[in-house]
Design a protein around this ligand. Structure first.
Ligand SMILES: Nc1nc2c(ncn2[C@@H]2O[C@H](COP(=O)(O)OP(=O)(O)OP(=O)(O)O)[C@@H](O)[C@H]2O)c(=O)[nH]1
Ligand SMILES: [Mg+2]
Length: 329
């Protein structure tokens, strides 16, 4: 240790020893380095301190990354044609559903509250790309504001109940919790004058309807809620009951349609539908196929709903699910 170090050095060095995070340590070390006069006698000390500084900087960097990662658990990029968020009380089967339908593998457990962060999974349903989000149980002691934000970003809420565990209680409880975050079901015609409200389409999926012996219980529940405008779908993930019917319904509810492209004198390409929103036209379809088609479109022929086979139509012609379109430029 060189003996001719100024008092500022010792003061800065003390602050360095007292700092406790890597970020504070590296900031303090930079100050220490500044106090050291540059000459031959301090070369070794300065080199050692710079080495130390770079170690603390990389530690600080790693710590920063960890925080970033933690925050991003609730920040999930939208992918595909629509985002469906699976919500419900503990143990109803949310993770089981996402795991059944997608390649995601969230933890599934007979004990409640097994999921603590959302997990996305992609599903191809007859050519429609759907992003499903598994979520932590709604009936925990709190809901993270980030989870509420994530719910608000969804195109559809799949509210899941367990038919075998007081479904009415779960239903009321779930809605209550969502209301606290200003999230409301669309069919209730809640006025949108309050700009804090987010209104989303809801489908109630009643899980664990494992066999016909349980169907009567579903009927009672359905009768109670149907009159209030709720749509209830009975399913069993374990017994793989009604899962396809549920998916068909969801795609309809999302108001997504599949339109197939056809080249002149060729069969349509059924392997890759273009996904449009209900109400969209030939023009929207052309834009999806290629922007050149949109710019240079001269005419189009359609096979499908409400037209003769191969009928010429204009740009504004509204397309339907399953239509086949031939574009001419
Ligand atoms: N009988 C029956 N059990 C099911 C069905 N679907 C899921 N389960 C079981 O229900 C339990 C809970 O399933 P999870 O998928 O972990 O439920 P979750 O809603 O994700 O639960 P949390 O993450 O804790 O909120 C597991 O033991 C599943 O095997 C079903 O259709 N019938
Ligand atoms: Mg779960």
């Amino acid at each position: 240790m060189p003996t001719n170090l100024p008092p500022e050095y010792h003061e800065a060095e003390r602050r360095f020893r007292e700092a406790d995070t890597p970020r504070e340590k590296s900031a303090a070390l930079e100050e220490v380095l500044k106090t050291i006069p540059k000459h031959k006698g301090t070369d070794k000390l300065r080199a050692d301190l710079r080495k130390k500084l770079s170690k603390y900087k990389s530690l600080a960097q790693a710590a920063k990354k960890k925080i970033g990662k933690h925050e991003s658990l609730f920040h999930i990029d939208k992918e595909g044609n629509a985002r469906i968020i699976v919500l419900g009380c503990a143990n109803v089967g949310k993770s089981s559903l996402v795991s059944l339908l997608t390649h995601a593998s969230p933890d599934i457990s007979a004990s409640p509250y097994s999921t603590w962060s959302p997990t996305p999974g992609m599903m191809d349903y007859n050519g429609v790309q759907l992003q499903l989000l598994d979520t932590p149980a709604l009936d925990r002691e709190f809901m993270e504001p980030e989870l509420a934000e994530l719910i608000k970003s969804a195109d559809l809420v799949l509210l899941m109940l367990d038919l075998q565990a007081f479904p009415i209680d779960q239903f009321l409880n779930s809605l209550n919790i969502l209301e606290k975050s200003n999230i409301y079901p669309k069919h209730k015609n809640i006025s949108e004058t309050n700009s804090h409200k987010t209104i989303l389409p809801f489908v109630v999926v009643v899980n664990k309807d494992d066999g016909s012996n349980l169907d009567a219980e579903f009927d009672v529940l359905n009768e109670l809620l149907r009159d209030e405008g709720w749509i209830l779908l009975p399913v069993s993930i374990e017994a793989n009951r009604n899962i396809n019917q549920m998916m068909d319904f969801i795609v309809k509810e999302l108001r997504l349609i599949r339109v197939y492209a056809k080249k002149p004198h060729e069969e349509p390409d059924y392997s890759k539908p273009f996904v449009l929103k209900a109400g969209e036209s030939v023009e929207n379809f052309a834009e999806k196929v290629h922007k050149d088609f949109l710019l240079n479109l001269k005419s189009a022929r359609v096979w499908g709903k409400g037209v003769r086979d191969g009928q010429p139509v204009g740009r504004e012609h509204v397309l339907h699910d399953g239509d086949i379109v031939e574009l001419h430029i």
